[in-house]
Design a protein around this ligand. Structure first.
Ligand code: UT7
Length: 335
């Protein structure tokens, strides 16, 4: 039996900083509302033509591969999580294989939105634990800004999301005491439409009686979120799935050295921190600087935490996410 271990981490965010005041010039919003409700001060937006979901993922991946000490030729498999792919199909996994010049290994695209990176890590972990692969490149990347409704109509969603990418190289470890101890995944499709982007899915054909295909203002081309409902579910599911992961490994909240929650809302992170009695230094947040980058938020935050020395050998690191689907999950790591 093998274990998988995160050997290298990297992230990339576009240089273009968009402040809350910048957004207030486009829509009826203001810095005070955004900071009070979400904790976000600014986010990054790709300047059109400069980057794509894939190119950001590739930039993050190059850093992760270099830090892992392996060559791109040693990568056995690619897993790419995003809700904002460059193309409707094919997904960005194959584009990474092409753009990084990796040999013709398998490339899998994960469609689990905010939980995408947690799901992707779980998939990669299973392949390594079974001995099928040794080194897997896992990427979470999002280009939200080109697809948001930047008018007052879309303000409840558009102020929250930002662009960026993070990547990890997962490698085989012979030690079962270190690396990914367990992963825990859940879904509840009953609430699929509560946080969704209906078009351009083929299912849109079923609702053409309420949505006009030719209407440029068709709201189904923009993400929709029932904010308060998602919030209420998020705090419950985050807590449950963290506890599930700890219990599986006979651990308790006080054993956590670092919790890296998906950056959905600073208030959600603070709620979990309080519920588990964690100190500020036990929870890593960066939503203030990047907004919610969906599948990219955990790998960006984890990379930043690692770069600043907050993740040390032997530490218990917990990743947790909740989002559209609904889907949620956790990853328990002994670093
Ligand atoms: O990452 C995936 C998971 N996502 C989440 O977990 C997000 C969960 N939800 C949230 O984070 C919060 O619900 C939001 C940040 C999205 C919204 O915060 P809220 O405290 O739930 O606000 P609300 O939706 O209840 O809206 C309150 C008011 C409304 O006005 P009225 O009806 O009270 O007059 C909104 O129209 O705030 C208004 N509003 C805004 N005002 C200024 C909504 N968006 C904005 C805005 N600027 N950008």
């Amino acid at each position: 039996m093998y274990n998988s271990k995160i050997k290298g981490l990297g992230y990339f965010v576009p240089d273009n900083v968009v402040t809350n005041d910048d957004l207030s010039k486009l829509m009826d919003t203001n810095d005070a509302w955004i900071q009070e409700r979400t904790g976000i001060k600014e986010r990054r937006h790709v300047i059109k033509g400069e980057d794509t979901t894939t190119s950001m993922g590739v930039k993050a991946a190059k850093i992760a591969i270099e830090r892992s000490g392996i060559s791109k030729d040693d990568i056995d498999f690619i897993v790419f999580a995003t809700l904002s792919p460059d193309y409707y199909f094919p997904g960005p996994g194959v584009l990474v294989q092409r753009d990084l010049g990796i040999k013709t290994v398998g490339a899998l695209d994960v469609r689990n939105q905010c939980s995408g990176f947690v799901y992707a890590i779980s998939v990669a972990d299973q392949y390594i634990k079974t001995g099928m692969y040794k080194n897997i490149l896992v990427i979470g990347s999002e280009l939200h800004s080109h697809g948001l409704d930047m008018t007052t109509r879309g303000r409840a969603v558009s102020v929250i999301f930002g662009d960026g990418a993070g990547a990890a190289v997962l490698s085989r470890s012979e030690s079962t005491d270190e690396g990914i101890l367990s992963t825990h995944l859940h879904s509840e499709g009953q609430h699929a439409e509560e946080l969704s982007l209906i078009a351009p899915g083929m299912g849109k054909r079923w609702v053409t009686d309420i949505i006009d295909d030719n209407d440029p203002n068709d709201e189904s081309y923009f993400p929709y979120m029932n904010g308060q409902f998602v919030f209420k579910n998020a705090v419950v599911r985050f807590s449950e799935v963290i506890m599930e992961g700890l219990a599986e490994n006979a651990l308790k909240p006080a054993d956590i050295d670092l919790l890296v929650p998906h950056q959905a809302n600073l208030r959600i992170s603070q709620f979990i921190q309080k519920k588990f009695g964690l100190k500020d230094e036990q929870v890593y947040n960066n939503i203030m600087s990047y907004g919610n980058t969906t599948a990219a938020s955990i790998p960006i935050a984890l990379t930043e935490a690692w770069e600043s020395g907050k993740v040390k050998s032997g530490d218990l690191v917990v990743l947790a996410a909740f989002g559209s689907g609904f889907t949620w999950g956790s990853v328990i790591i002994r670093w």
